[in-house]
Design a protein around this ligand. Structure first.
Ligand SMILES: NC(=O)c1ccc[n+]([C@@H]2O[C@H](COP(=O)([O-])OP(=O)(O)OC[C@H]3O[C@@H](n4cnc5c(N)ncnc54)[C@H](O)[C@@H]3O)[C@@H](O)[C@H]2O)c1
Ligand SMILES: [Zn+2]
Length: 363
């Protein structure tokens, strides 16, 4: 098992390894001996697969468990679920030294984190992410929250977990299309900052191991660790607020618009892949990225079963971006990969952004 230190305030560790789920109880007891009761927050699908296993590990370590299991899916990410979690904890007599343990994808970690951030003005949360997206992205970084009917992720809090425990063997049961979707963020990390990860992914693709990756917990341990380290490096570096966290938005400015225009029928990771492909084309057309590097990146995206194009027009992309919360003032921060492993934040006016995208389209 690997441990990655996250130097945020407060700091915590991400533990990554096969069968880590069996050690959750002892890891919690070691990190926070005062915890007596835990609320397990999980969704119906994941709970059916792994709740008993997790519970066993907690009860062996003498932790008293309660559960809140919500119906799997983004539609549950709302205030009613949070209210349900508060209710279970209040009824079970939780005190400030008790904790939440999430078991699931990004919906479980976002909601369980938010319930922990708000119950008794803040109790500890431990994440046990079970989707690739949650392992490499959602469970690390301390962003928690819920959706409102007016939009996604509109209410929430920054609340760092006390530990994140990632068992790569759990990924075997993830539906393959969700695994592929998670690869969108993995590819993103390689492109914006990690040539070593890029080389590993290229090797996986070229040796024909991409199709079996999901069933290879050992290789996944390596892959997930590299991605967690990347995300951790960016988020801890950004305590100086130099904006580096924004580079994690590579492919997202266009991707979010595609996602919204599809009424969320297209998966996030798929839209991010499309967005990355579009930005790569525009960057090459504008001379910001070498054509050969651009091709290598797009080939890798495709090798993992993700698309690199979309028929969104530059006009739609620009107007969508102007409505997006990620915009800063009158300019749009466009993340451009200038060579594999290196990225820049380029501020563009809406007109410049439209021209940039147009060039990529007509090239
Ligand atoms: N906080 C952050 O920084 C951050 C970052 C990225 C995404 N997110 C949030 O994460 C959510 C998306 O995450 P997600 O894709 O994990 O969604 P999810 O939690 O809905 O999980 C996707 C589906 O996979 C199933 N599943 C998860 N693990 C499984 C496993 N091991 N075996 C079988 N089925 C499994 C779930 O039951 C669910 O149906 C969104 O709400 C998004 O806003 C948050
Ligand atoms: Zn994303």
């Amino acid at each position: 098992m690997k441990g990655i230190f996250v130097g945020t305030k407060p700091s915590y560790k991400v533990i990554i390894g096969r069968d880590a789920i069996t050690q959750v109880g002892s890891l919690i007891k070691r990190a926070a001996p005062e915890v007596e009761k835990v609320l397990i927050v999980s969704d119906s699908t994941v709970a059916a697969l792994y709740l008993e296993k997790l519970k066993k590990s907690l009860t062996v370590s003498k932790l008293e468990t309660s559960e809140y299991v919500f119906e799997a899916g983004e539609q549950s990410k709302n205030i009613d679920s949070i209210s349900g979690m508060w209710g279970v904890m209040a009824e079970a007599g939780f005190t400030r030294t008790d904790a939440v343990v999430t078991l699931g994808g990004g919906v479980a970690t976002d909601m369980g984190g938010f319930a922990a951030a708000t119950f008794l003005r803040g109790i500890k949360v431990f994440h046990v992410p079970t989707s690739l997206l949650a392992m490499v992205d959602a469970a690390v970084g301390g962003k928690t929250g819920i959706d409102l009917k007016e939009g996604k992720n509109l209410a929430g809090a920054f609340w760092q977990p006390s530990m994140v425990i990632e068992d790569t063997a759990l990924l075997e049961s993830l539906p393959p299309e969700l695994f592929t979707e998670g690869m969108g963020e993995v590819l993103k990390h390689a492109f914006i900052m990690d040539t070593e990860l890029f080389a590993l992914l290229k090797d996986i693709a070229e040796s024909g191991k991409a199709a079996d990756l999901q069933k290879d917990p050992e290789l996944l341990e390596k892959l997930v660790s590299m991605n967690v380290s990347d995300k951790v490096e960016v988020i801890t570096d950004d305590t100086l607020d130099n904006g580096r966290r924004q580079t994690l938005n590579f492919g997202h400015t266009v991707g979010h618009v595609i996602e919204r225009n599809s009424n969320f029928s297209l998966a996030h990771g798929v839209c991010v892949a499309k967005g990355m492909g579009i930005i790569i084309d525009a960057s090459v057309a504008c001379g910001r990225l070498d054509a050969e590097e651009g091709e290598k990146m797009k080939d890798l995206i495709k090798a993992f079963g993700l698309p690199v194009t979309d028929d969104i027009t530059p006009e739609e992309a620009v107007s969508g971006a102007m409505n997006d919360k990620k915009k800063r003032g009158g300019t749009i921060s466009v993340i451009v990969v200038t060579k594999i492993g290196t990225s820049e934040i380029v501020k563009m006016t809406p007109e410049e952004y439209q021209e940039f995208l147009q060039k990529g389209r007509t090239a």
